[in-house]
Design a protein around this ligand. Structure first.
Ligand SMILES: CSC[C@@H](O)[C@@H](O)C(=O)COP(=O)(O)O
Length: 335
């Protein structure tokens, strides 16, 4: 059983209606965003998140502004800059804004474009699952990080879609789910999705991945991406780089799964990717309770950047890039 839809546009209100991911897994609660400021806040609080889904949310945000008769370019600007790292947010907003401008500045033109973007991401998810499955050995024990399922991507996800395809093909022995400190997208969201799909899985503290790999219980690491630079450097949820280093040390393939909408040829390399820094409270507090002395400073980047030489392969909806380098990336973007 798949999870409830992560997002829908309700034209009657009008509103973007989210499945509030901050409440999962304990409650499935809808959050109604009836204007763009409410949607921007929801994005910043991670009620809706994950690179491709942020693009879709941003696109529907533009459609919402158009339906309300708001200042659409100003709304688009607020949406595009709500979070900096996932390139899909800005490009999804830009795509729908352009369609609105070219389509006579009508609410309908914006909504049609937002629907098309959502449909394209769902189709890309199916392509990633198909191509990614070719890299999964029989009886695979897969380790993943953060959340890359329908809640983050649309369709059945990116990296998670590959694990799900492997499960459906009878090829997945076990899915290891990093809890993903500090906001626990792995244990709260990936475990929730794995459970609903009947995938055998266990959560582990991020810091246990080294011991797990050393014990020979990981055949493949697969993660998603928030932005892939032109040289193949991958920005993804913080902790991904550690996994890539560990995978190299233990000779385990490290595979990134992302749609082409996450590839940003306009960013030359990993150093050019803006990494979101988030509030210290996400680290110094847990569920509202202090877990560090008052006033303790924190280092809390939401993402890290994995250099391309640590990425065994990049799976996109049109094929697998291997080795991951500028030429391979350029080729897949021309396909
Ligand atoms: C499918 S996006 C890639 C994910 O692995 C991950 O980095 C992600 O979900 C984004 O983080 P988040 O901060 O939850 O928006």
């Amino acid at each position: 059983m798949s999870a409830p839809a992560p997002l829908r546009f309700d034209a009657a209100v009008p509103a973007v209606v989210l499945l509030d991911q901050t409440r999962l897994p304990t409650a499935e609660v809808e959050r109604v965003c009836a204007d763009v400021p409410a949607l921007v806040t929801a994005i910043q609080q991670l009620a809706v998140r994950g690179a491709p889904l942020l693009g879709i949310a941003g696109g529907y945000g533009v459609a919402l502004a158009a339906a309300r008769g708001d200042d659409v370019p100003a709304a688009a600007q607020a949406l595009a800059t709500a979070r900096p790292t996932a390139v899909n947010l800005a490009t999804g907003v830009a795509r729908v804004l352009a369609a609105w401008a070219d389509g006579g500045r009508t609410a309908e033109a914006a909504l049609v474009a937002a629907d098309a973007l959502a449909a394209d991401e769902a189709q890309a998810s199916a392509g990633m699952a198909e191509h990614g499955l070719t890299l999964v050995p029989e009886g695979a024990r897969i380790l993943t990080h953060c959340n890359t399922g329908a809640l983050a991507v649309g369709g059945t996800g990116s990296a998670f879609a590959v694990a799900l395809a492997a499960h459906r093909a009878g090829r997945l022995a076990h899915l290891w789910v990093d809890e993903t400190r500090p906001l626990l997208q792995g244990s709260r969201l990936t475990a929730y999705e794995a459970r609903r799909h009947g995938i055998p899985h266990s959560v582990l503290p991020d810091s246990a991945a080294a011991a797990l790999m050393a014990s020979g219980q990981v055949d493949l690491v697969i993660t998603g991406a928030d932005r892939v630079a032109a040289d193949g450097a991958v920005a993804n949820k913080v902790g991904t780089y550690s996994l890539a280093v560990l995978a190299a040390h233990h000779s385990v393939p490290f595979v990134v799964v992302a749609p082409r909408t996450t590839v940003d040829l306009g960013t030359a390399d990993g150093a050019g990717i803006p990494v979101e820094q988030r509030a210290a409270e996400e680290v110094t507090h847990h569920a509202g309770t202090a877990v560090a002395p008052p006033g303790t400073a924190a280092f809390n980047p939401a993402f890290d950047v994995t250099p391309p030489d640590l990425v065994t392969a990049l799976v996109t909806e049109v094929g697998v890039v291997r080795p991951v380098n500028r030429n391979g990336l350029a080729r897949v973007m021309e396909t």
